[in-house]
Design a protein around this ligand. Structure first.
Ligand SMILES: [Zn+2]
Length: 120
């Protein structure tokens, strides 16, 4: 790929949409824990319900983390949130620094190697 030519950020849109969906699923699972556990603990059969809620939640969390780990960056093709064994759900690709909203922002979708050096 020729890195000297700026690429239209719209080209990354399908890949970035997929990453955003998986991030939303991950955060939704994490945030659902407290309300689900409060509802379970409010019932008369709270011990069994809390156990079920915890087991379902941990299974969903594992699925959400795995899907977030394996999602690929549309620009560099590497795992967007994973660098070696480290999982960091940041808003930029850990390899090429493509922003999660590059297709909406436009300018930052250009590869850092393609940018001219900044003058101080
Ligand atoms: Zn990347």
């Amino acid at each position: 790929m020729d890195k000297t030519k700026p690429i239209n950020p719209i080209a990354y849109q399908p890949g970035l949409k997929k990453i955003r969906k998986r991030r939303w699923f991950l955060w939704a699972v994490i945030c659902a824990y407290l309300p689900a556990m409060m509802i379970a603990l409010d019932s008369p059969d709270y011990r069994n319900r809390a156990t079920v809620v915890f087991c379902v939640w941990i299974a969903l969390l594992i699925i959400a983390v795995v899907f977030a780990c394996i999602v690929r960056c549309p620009r560099c093709g590497e795992c967007f949130h994973t660098h070696g064994p480290t999982f960091l759900p940041l808003r930029r690709c850990l390899h090429c620094a493509l922003h999660i909203n590059a297709d909406k922002r436009g300018a930052e979708a250009i590869s850092p190697q393609a940018k001219p050096p900044k003058k101080k």
